[in-house]
Design a binder for this molecule. Structure first.
Ligand code: ACO
Length: 379
């Protein structure tokens, strides 16, 4: 293919794949802007419904919790019978994120034909928390808790998981987390979704691909590993030696480093403050000790790499404090990101073009076929 391209960039670090007006990730300065609003303006205190309005419609709503979005998400949290049956029938040893990927995929494209629409997106944003909560409760031998369409989205997600009306401080922490994680530029899961949509495929297929991409620890799969790390360190006095030994083995410190940010991740800074207010005091002090030790060690061992705390570090501390089990950390990231995925799907189909990059072929081109023909070939 005569593209004129001469550089190979396996991580696509320096490739612009399009234009977007949804969110700006300013990696050098540590900035994040959602539809024109710096993230520190938006969080804490913005409802998830307002963030859905902002990201999908491009401007803030008039109400703090826009009724139209609250009602749409509430109705869509009610699953159809087929999805409930499938959620109840999945083997209980499946990880919640794997179950979610299967349940979203099983929705099929009949009601979600190309091109993606806002109504389709709201259906998926609404359904995802119920899919997760239903599967998780069934897999733990508990009765599912039906959605309450009148409740706010974040609160109802937590209520469906735990079976009781959650504490207000926990709901606020979860809601802040969901808004902070709702969109983030051309991250890997969003890119995966946009590639799928670029083939004129449906939104359900795009979401399924995005969930698969989110799963990996280089993207959304890190926060549970942060909790494991905090457990392994155990006590603030052990932080320095534990971090040192981990780096000496050549292992990575989860919750640090980011492809885009070469400064502090602004979401991490907000989550740090939220963690201070909701987390258990000893757990929070342990996290701060590990963070300090990690940043010192990374500065020493990886000079010039500009490695900082990323969003996943204090996400883990906040989600623990909210009462979620570790296997729900990445699925809850998916709950947040459904809105960003929808916004990007709408932007993609509005000016669609097949994404089809090239690769530099490094094999030979003059091989002689070594096998006899499997059938007679006319001369
Ligand atoms: N711990 C130790 N060293 C690290 C870390 C880390 N967390 N992150 C990067 N480095 C080092 C690498 O070893 C490498 O050093 P070297 O060249 O001396 O070998 C250098 O920094 C560059 O690393 P790359 O992997 O090339 O950087 P990349 O931009 O691809 O990595 C990533 C980004 C995958 C997030 C990485 O920082 C990492 O693995 N972090 C830990 C996992 C994690 O926290 N993931 C969540 C990311 S946030 C999100 O996606 C929502």
């Amino acid at each position: 293919m005569a593209t004129g391209v001469t550089t190979v960039d396996p991580g696509l670090d320096d490739v612009l794949v399009g234009r977007s007006s949804i969110s700006l990730v300013a990696g050098e300065t540590g900035g994040l802007v959602l539809r024109g609003y710096p993230i520190q303006e938006v969080v804490p205190g913005t409802t998830y419904e307002a963030a859905v309005h902002l990201l999908l419609r491009g401007h803030p709503p008039e109400e703090a919790r826009p009724e139209e979005i609250r009602s749409a998400l509430g109705q869509r949290r009610v699953l159809d019978r087929a999805t409930e049956t499938l959620a109840d029938g999945l083997p209980s040893d499946r990880a919640p994120l794997d179950a979610l990927r299967t349940l979203v995929s099983a929705v099929g494209d009949a009601r979600y034909p190309y091109p993606a629409t806002e109504a389709q997106g709201l259906s998926l944003v609404g359904a995802v928390p119920t899919m997760l909560a239903r599967f998780v409760r069934r897999s733990r031998g508990l009765e599912p808790v039906a959605p309450d369409p009148r409740r706010p989205h974040a609160e109802d997600y937590l209520r469906m998981l735990t079976g009781s009306v959650p504490d207000v401080a926990k709901v606020h922490a979860l809601e802040d987390y969901l808004v902070l994680l709702a969109d983030h530029g051309m991250n890997a899961s969003t890119f995966a979704l946009r590639v799928v949509l670029s083939t004129n495929s449906d939104l359900v297929s795009g979401f399924t691909a995005a969930i698969g991409a989110l799963k990996g620890p280089a993207h959304g799969g890190a926060p549970a590993k942060v909790s494991d790390m905090l457990d392994a360190v155990g006590d603030p006095s052990e932080a320095e030696s534990w971090v040192k030994a981990t780096l000496a083995r050549g292992d990575r410190l989860f919750g640090f480093g980011h492809r885009a940010y070469k400064a502090e991740d602004p979401r991490g800074l907000v989550l740090h403050r939220i963690a201070r207010t909701v987390a258990d005091r000893r757990r929070f002090e342990l996290a701060e000790a590990v963070e300090r030790a990690a940043l010192d060690a990374l500065r020493r061992e990886k000079p010039g790499r500009r490695l900082f705390t990323n969003v996943e570090f204090y996400s883990a501390v906040v989600l623990e404090a909210v009462g979620l089990s570790r296997d729900l950390f990445t699925p809850t990231f998916a709950v947040a990101r459904t809105t960003g995925w929808t916004a990007h799907a709408l932007e993609q189909v509005a000016a669609n073009r097949l994404m089809r990059p090239d690769v530099e072929y490094t094999g030979v081109t003059d091989g002689r076929w070594p096998l006899p023909r499997g059938w007679d070939v006319p001369a």
